[in-house]
Design a protein around this ligand. Structure first.
Ligand code: RAM
Length: 334
């Protein structure tokens, strides 16, 4: 009797181990959202959008992950782990357009769909890149705001995210081109520095700009982390009204700085929508419903559909401008 019970227990344990050890696929589609780094409010909002897409789709589970600091190495390690976990798709905001290509290709070879969003991977490293908006619009908008804030003349500087970030580098490229236009002849870009999307480093870089360029009139920070840090630096250096900060920010993080006068206006798209659309698109790829050729339409759920261009990129809507008139309303959203 005792022996039979022991035997039964052993069999049951074996069955349990067996089912845990086998690699049967979980029923839900697992989509990993790999962000530049954790602790960034912009990506927290994108995560919110990803969860919304998962709820709507019903059969999707979101794994939200990213390194603690925005490095390609950190993301490579994470993707390696996700390959072992056999996730169905990776939705990534890349810290480097090229360094991540080999690991992304390894993932794709194993059948994992790779979509980049926000900060893109080179075309050979992903199935699609979802841009928040058109890069020319984003770049030009930031120069327009800076020029407008300083009365069309004076020194400006850029405080960016990390030096390899695909998205910021594309926007900075556009900004430099736009500055060549005759209407901006009196606006002079004197420096571009990198705060790595870390609050403390961004703050130190902003203080450095203010102290080494006494005639500086504006700082453009095309990053939600940098713009907050630069605004704080301007306030701490008692330069409100003399130096204006603009760029891309989250209304929820910028409201105080708009009220203090350190910021007159800034822009951004809806990061919740961006995370939602990227996750929805990834699910479409997993279902085999999306093509990768130029002209292919990819459904992005409640936001309609996007069309891929020759580089496999698509864009959502134009950025929106925030100032003292509308900041309170949007600060409640993201
Ligand atoms: C930061 C990140 C992100 C960028 C926004 C505007 O949060 O660098 O990639 O899109 O700023």
């Amino acid at each position: 009797m005792k022996l039979t019970r022991l035997l039964l227990a052993a069999l049951a344990a074996g069955a349990l181990l067996g089912s845990a050890g086998c690699d049967r696929k979980p029923e839900k589609t697992r989509i990993a959202m790999v962000v530049k780094n954790l602790g960034n409010g912009f990506f927290d909002a994108a995560h919110q959008g990803a969860n919304e897409a998962a709820r709507q789709l019903g059969d999707v589970e979101v794994i939200y992950t990213g390194p603690t600091t925005p490095s390609a190495e950190g993301q490579i390690e994470i993707i390696n782990a996700l390959i072992s976990q056999k996730v169905d798709a990776i939705v990534i905001s890349a810290n480097d357009p090229n360094a991540l290509v080999p690991i992304a290709q390894k993932a794709m070879k194993r059948g994992i769909k790779v979509i980049s969003f926000d900060s893109g991977l080179a075309p050979e490293g992903r199935q699609m890149q979802l841009n928040p908006s058109n890069a020319s619009l984003i770049g030009e908008k930031q120069i327009q705001m800076a020029a407008h804030n300083i009365g069309g003349a004076g020194e400006i500087a850029i405080l960016s995210a990390s030096a390899q970030a695909t998205n910021q580098n594309i926007w900075i490229g556009v900004m430099k081109k736009v500055l060549e236009k005759p209407e901006y002849a009196k606006v002079k870009l004197v420096a571009t520095v990198y705060g790595d999307d870390q609050s403390d480093k961004s703050y130190r870089e902003a203080i450095g700009l203010l102290r080494s360029h006494p005639n500086l009139k504006a700082i453009i920070a095309p990053t939600t982390v940098g713009i907050v840090a630069a605004s704080k630096a301007v306030a701490d250096e008692k330069l409100v009204g003399k130096v204006f900060v603009t760029g891309l920010g989250l209304p929820s993080e910028m409201a105080g700085h708009v009220k203090s006068g350190a910021v007159r206006e800034f822009a951004i798209w809806n990061p919740i929508d961006l995370g939602y659309a990227a996750t929805y698109a990834a699910a479409e790829f997993v279902k085999g419903k999306a093509g990768t050729k130029a002209g292919a339409q990819v459904s992005v759920g409640r936001m309609g559909s996007v069309t891929l261009d020759a580089r496999g990129e698509a864009a959502l809507g134009p950025p929106f401008t925030y100032n003292s008139d509308n900041i309170d309303k949007f600060a409640k959203l993201f």
